[in-house]
Design a binder for this molecule. Structure first.
Ligand SMILES: Nc1ncnc2c1ncn2[C@@H]1O[C@H](COP(=O)(O)OP(=O)(O)O)[C@@H](O)[C@H]1O
Ligand SMILES: [Mg+2]
Length: 290
C-alpha cells in the first residue's frame, strides 16, 4: 500500500511526467560505496538503534539492538532474516511508526516523521480500495495531496502505462489478478514520486511466475530513472540477492552480515542463479540464515 504523508504542508509541485527527484543521486558504483561521505549522502542512518516492545502483561520484548546501518542515497538494499527477526520493525522505524528505545534514526537528514512525505510504502497486501477502479486507486495519494484533476490524470496515465495497465484502468480491484493488483499498487506508489521506497515482502503473495514478472517490471522502472533508495524486506534469500545492491542479514535482533552484490545491471532475473557471484553470496548467507 502507499503510505502517503498525512497532508504535506509544503509539497513538491505536481508534474505530469516523472521527473528525477532532486534528492536522489545516481547510484554509487561498487567502488564508490565505501568512499561516500558519511551523513551527507546517506538516505537512511541507524545509529546504535535498539527497539524493545512493551507487551500486555508488562513484558519487555527486546526485538532489535545495536543496529548501526547507513544506506547511501540511491542504494537498493535488501533485508533478509527469518520471520519475527525484526525486519518490519526496521522499516517502521524509517517510516516513523516505531520509535527507537535507544539510538537514533535519520531519514534524508531529518527525523523520520518529518521525512514521511518522501516515502513510499509497498506491502504484500496491496490494500487497493475496492470502491475505486484501478485508475482512481493510482490517483488516491495525489488526491490527498490536493493535486488538480487534470494533473492527477496525467500522472496516473503515465504510471498505468509504465506498469502496462492502461487497458485495465477502469477495472475494479476484484476484476484484477493478484499480479495486476500489485502493479496498480506499484503505479500508485510511484505516482507520488517518493525518494525512498519501503517494501515489505511485496511479492510474497503471488505465484512464482507472476513474481518474476513483477520483480522484472519493478527493476526496469527503478533503473529507468535516477535511482530511488529502496529498502526491500524479504525472507526469500534468492529474491534479495537477485534484486539488491546489498543484502543485510538480520538475526537475533542484530545485523549478522552485510554483503555487497556485485552483479551488473540490467540483470536477467530468470537466469541469475547461474551467476557464480550470486551463488557465492547465496552460500555465504544461507549458512547463517538456516
Ligand atoms: N507492536 C508490537 N508490539 C509487541 N511486539 C511486537 C510488535 N510488533 C512486532 N512485535 C514482535 O517483534 C518481533 C519482530 O517483529 P517484526 O519486526 O514484524 O519481524 P519480521 O518482519 O522480521 O517478521 C516479533 O516477535 C513480533 O511478534
Ligand atoms: Mg515482517
Amino acid at each position: 500500500m502507499v503510505m502517503t504523508a498525512p497532508q504535506p504542508t509544503t509539497q513538491r509541485l505536481p508534474h505530469s511526467t516523472p521527473q528525477i527527484s532532486p534528492q536522489s543521486v545516481p547510484q554509487a558504483s561498487q567502488s564508490e560505496i565505501g568512499q561516500l561521505e558519511p551523513e551527507r549522502d546517506d538516505a537512511i542512518a541507524f545509529e546504535d538503534v535498539a527497539v524493545t516492545y512493551s507487551t500486555p502483561g508488562d513484558d519487555q520484548r527486546p526485538v532489535l539492538s545495536g543496529i548501526d546501518l547507513t544506506i547511501p542515497r540511491g542504494q537498493f538494499i535488501a533485508l533478509v532474516g527469518r520471520s519475527g527477526c525484526g525486519k518490519t520493525t526496521l522499516l517502521n522505524l524509517v517510516a516513523g511508526l516505531v520509535e527507537p528505545s535507544e539510538g537514533a534514526v535519520t531519514v534524508l537528514g531529518q527525523e523520520p516523521r518529518a521525512a514521511r512525505r518522501h516515502l513510499g510504502f509497498m506491502l504484500a497486501r496491496d490494500a487497493l480500495m475496492p470502491w475505486r477502479d484501478a485508475r482512481r486507486n493510482v490517483e488516491y495519494g495525489l488526491e490527498l495531496r490536493g493535486i488538480a484533476k487534470a494533473e492527477r490524470r496525467a500522472i496516473a496515465d503515465h504510471w498505468l502505462e509504465a506498469v502496462q495497465l492502461t487497458h485495465a484502468q477502469h477495472l475494479w480491484p476484484w476484476q484484477l489478478s493478484q499480479g495486476m493488483r500489485q502493479r496498480v499498487a506499484l503505479a500508485r506508489t510511484w505516482a507520488l514520486d517518493p525518494n525512498v521506497l519501503l517494501m515489505d515482502e511485496p511479492y510474497a503473495s503471488v505465484d512464482v511466475n507472476t513474481r518474476l514478472a513483477l520483480q522484472t517490471r519493478f527493476l526496469d522502472l527503478w533503473q529507468s530513472e535516477e535511482h530511488r533508495t529502496v529498502m526491500f524486506v524479504t525472507h526469500d534469500l534468492s529474491e534479495a540477492i537477485a534484486l539488491a545492491d546489498r543484502v543485510v542479514l538480520l538475526g537475533g535482533g542484530r545485523i549478522l552480515d552485510d554483503v555487497t552484490v556485485q552483479i551488473e545491471r540490467p540483470r536477467d532475473l530468470g537466469a541469475i542463479n547461474a551467476n557464480p557471484h550470486y551463488q557465492q553470496v547465496y552460500e555465504r548467507l544461507r549458512g547463517q540464515l538456516f
